[in-house]
Design a binder for this molecule. Structure first.
Ligand code: KIV
Length: 299
């Protein structure tokens, strides 16, 4: 399966990151940086910053739509967000998250939905949570020609089943099972595996054994790459954030402060000033001003 990612493509020649590049980066010991993005401006900024992979995560349910779980986000919503991100991302590998319900029912449904992401939204790859059935779905999707990323550990779509949003694989038995799941996902043909909220020793074992890169979120620095959610990284999310989040900025506060300046300028008539205002030729202005207000059609 790995060999299907090992050939140079036209996209690679154009400088675009491909699934094969991720595998090569792992081989060279180069860390992979992934971030979520849900629209064109953020996709463009991620690209400019040199991010390798942009994930249109189903975390959009919370970050974009303000809901409290990922399960409600629909294919229509995810396709729309992925198409928007595509408009901004030209270099990074664009991965669309398959929402809950889009791949659980059958291989056929999973393949159809993965193809929709490629055809309608321009995704380069899709991501699926879980092992077991998801492993078969990944094999079917990759078999249909769509690169797929796996996701093990804390898989938020199954949070209720897992007993909440908590770290996974903390017993030797669970740790062993997740290592086996990773092998199965790799054998099914996935091009990378996201490892979420698992102990570092477990992530280390998987990362050493797997030929494809592991992308960690709460799985330690031993992973081949890292992923963070846009709003968490930039300080745009409010309230409690998970232990594994590093906030690199407090842009939420910055935005509020800038908006407060705008509100204050509008209220004090400081905005707009002459530099934001259109002029008309002097002669036209004179003509206009000789017209009495009473003759104006709106009078
Ligand atoms: O939906 C998402 O943003 C994700 C990442 C946290 C990996 O799945």
């Amino acid at each position: 399966m790995l060999s299907s990612y090992a050939t140079d493509s036209a996209a690679l020649k154009a400088g675009k990151v491909t699934p094969a590049d991720l595998v090569r980066m792992k081989g060279r010991g180069e860390k992979i940086a992934m971030v979520t993005a849900y629209d064109a401006p953020s996709g463009r900024l991620a690209d400019r910053a040199g991010v390798d992979c942009v994930l249109v995560g189903d975390s959009a349910a919370m970050t974009v739509f303000g809901r409290d779980a990922t399960t409600s986000v629909t294919m229509e919503e995810m396709v729309l967000l992925t198409r928007a991100a595509r408009a901004g991302v030209s270099r990074a590998l664009l991965v669309a998250d398959m929402p809950f319900g889009s791949f659980q029912v059958s291989d056929v449904a999973a393949v159809e939905h993965a193809i929709r992401f490629v055809k309608e939204a321009g995704a380069d790859a899709v991501k699926l949570e879980g092992a077991g059935t998801s492993t078969r779905r990944i094999a079917a999707i990759v078999g249909a020609g769509v690169p797929a990323v796996g996701h093990l550990g804390l898989t938020p779509q199954s949070a209720t089943l897992l007993g909440g949003f908590k770290a996974q694989a903390r017993t030797a038995e669970q740790a062993e099972r997740i290592c086996q799941d990773a092998v199965a996902l790799e054998d099914a043909g996935c091009c990378a595996i996201v490892l979420e909220a698992i102990p570092e020793p477990v992530a280390r074992r998987i990362s050493r054994a797997a030929r494809v890169p592991t992308i960690g979120i709460g799985a330690g620095a031993v992973c081949d790459g890292q992923v963070l959610v846009w709003h968490d990284l930039l300080g745009l999310s409010e309230g409690h954030v998970a232990r594994f989040v590093k906030r690199y900025a407090a842009l939420g506060n910055e935005i509020v402060s800038v908006l407060q300046q705008y509100v204050s300028d509008v209220r004090a008539s400081r905005f707009p000033d002459a530099s934001h205002t259109y002029k008309m030729p002097e002669s036209e202005l004179e003509l206009f001003e000789t017209t009495s207000d009473d003759s104006h059609p709106l009078a």
